[in-house]
Design a protein around this ligand. Structure first.
Ligand SMILES: NC(=O)NCCC(=O)O
Ligand SMILES: [Zn+2]
Ligand SMILES: [Zn+2]
Length: 483
């Protein structure tokens, strides 16, 4: 049934205005003041005093990920239910082939798992190894399956780490296909070396995790990935930037005119490394994720980078493991499955600390939680927008509503919440996904399978200048025939 959102305030990444919004057949069909509709055909929802914003896009989640000897506890049903409860209507998850596994086989595996999604979903595909078949499958994925981003883990040695030769081959291929390369920037060799040293010293608990991944481990990899991409003229997106060193590397590259984008996690903006000193092993281990939570001074830099546009997107890296799974590393911190949750909390945390904290405007909030990701990953304006013709993926926001975040009430399948006890003012009250009310005031209405797979075409907008620049700089041999 069509839905008319009556009397709300539309907030987009560029403007704020009063209007009614009509959603029909999964699309936003009309926006205007006092829209007239046939009331018997349309469900009218009073949203006065509420904000109408594009549904959140979380560009970094791992539902049901097989990782470090176990499988992430939130599958595509529970994880996307949590997303909807938090006002997020689209996730970009990751297909991660095991080294040697054909890309198309892994892709099909993830498509099967994700059929039970309740929110919309799409995938980055990780490049974990290289041969001619990978080169070919990247094209098939880009041209036939709507994949325009390929991920590279520079960490996780002896597992899924991409070495420099793979980065060079894959970034080059991304350019040829009109796709964007993304990286998890951490020097995997250094991490491995420091892990062994810490274990030899008998520091085996979660407090060793951040010591094995100091800021320069991330900064070096960020700088290296950027240098490789810039040399090749390839666009680059750095996931979960957590330290000043990465922000500096990105800002310098942008100042040189390079197309480089950066993501920051709600967790890295708000949680600091003191969590690893917790006397409870369980609570400390619950925060083991990579990159780790950082000393507080980095949070300030990350916020400023988001405010200034050096970083464009916010995500969660939702990769949930319950206490029993974390206990796999009871005697050896390197075996603690890496990952934390947050897909349900991201928007509320960003509103509380960002908007209420005077760091970003509501319009900038929309940009960093939805629109910018839609643009970079080429889903805009179907996604990331409240405008006529866009998909009806909407969050109705109550800026005066409040709650206390807690594992007691969250939807994720784990016993801990990294934002435990945070009081937030500004909460979702309704989430509309594909024109249907998917979640309302604590009640999940979406069903497994309601979410749609999102095709993302290649050649996002930034390719227009990138290609021209590349053509103009094309090297030419010197003609010496007449010399
Ligand atoms: N982030 C994390 O600790 N786990 C998920 C895999 C990754 O993104 O590195
Ligand atoms: Zn990562
Ligand atoms: Zn991740």
């Amino acid at each position: 049934m069509a839905i008319l959102l009556r009397g709300g305030t539309v907030v987009t990444h560029e403007m704020t205005y009063k209007a009614d919004v009509l959603c029909e057949d999964g699309k936003i069909t009309k926006i205007g003041e006092d829209l007239a509709v046939n009331e018997s055909d349309v469900e009218i929802v009073d949203v006065s005093e509420k904000l109408i914003m594009p549904g959140g896009i979380d560009p970094h989640t791992h539902m049901q990920l097989p990782f470090m000897g176990t499988v992430a506890a939130d599958d595509f049903a529970s994880g996307t239910a949590a997303a909807l409860a938090g006002g997020t209507t689209t996730i970009i998850d990751f297909v991660i082939p095991s080294p040697g596994q054909p890309l198309m086989e892994a892709y099909q595996q993830w498509r099967d798992w994700s059929e039970k999604s309740m929110s919309n979903y799409t995938f980055h595909v990780a490049i974990t190894w290289w041969d001619d078949s990978v080169h070919k499958d990247m094209e098939t994925l880009a041209t036939e399956y709507g994949i325009n981003s390929f991920k590279h883990f520079m960490a996780y040695k002896n597992a899924i780490m991409a070495t420099d030769d793979i980065l060079v081959s894959s970034f080059t291929r991304c350019m040829e296909l009109g796709a964007i390369a993304t990286v998890h920037a951490e020097n995997g060799e250094l991490v491995y070396h420091l892990q062994q040293q810490l274990m030899e010293k008998g520091i085996t608990g979660p407090e060793a995790h951040p010591l094995s991944r100091p800021p320069m481990v991330e900064g070096e990899a960020a700088y290296r990935a950027i240098s490789i991409a810039e040399t090749l003229g390839a666009p680059l997106y750095l996931v979960h930037c957590s330290v000043e060193e990465s922000v500096d590397a990105i800002r310098y590259a942008q100042q040189r005119g390079h197309h480089v984008y950066g993501e920051v996690l709600a967790g890295h903006l708000t949680v600091d490394d003191s969590v690893y000193q917790d006397v409870s092993w369980e609570r400390a281990a619950a925060h083991v994720m990579s990159p780790p939570f950082r000393p507080k001074k980095h949070q300030d830099v990350l916020w400023k980078a988001l405010q200034s546009g050096t970083l464009q997107t916010t995500a969660t890296d939702h990769c949930a493991f319950c206490n029993e799974q974390k206990a796999m590393g009871k005697d050896n911190f390197t075996q603690i499955p890496n990952g934390t949750a947050g897909v349900e909390e991201r928007l509320a945390v960003l509103w509380e600390k960002g908007v209420n904290g005077g760091k970003i405007t509501p319009n900038e909030f929309v940009a960093v939680t939805s629109t910018n990701a839609a643009k970079i990953f080429n889903m805009y304006p179907a996604k990331g927008a409240v405008r006529e013709g866009s998909d009806a993926d909407i969050v109705i926001w109550d800026p005066k509503g409040s709650k206390v975040i807690s594992a007691e009430t969250h939807m994720s399948n784990i016993e801990t919440n990294i934002f435990e006890g945070m009081e937030v003012t500004g909460v979702p009250v309704m989430t509309i996904c594909n024109g249907n009310i998917a979640w309302q005031n604590g009640e999940l209405l979406a069903k497994a399978g309601d979410g749609k797979y999102v095709m993302r075409p290649t050649y996002a907008n930034f390719y227009q200048s990138l290609q021209k620049r590349k053509a103009l700089a094309e090297p030419k041999a010197v003609d010496r025939t007449s010399a």
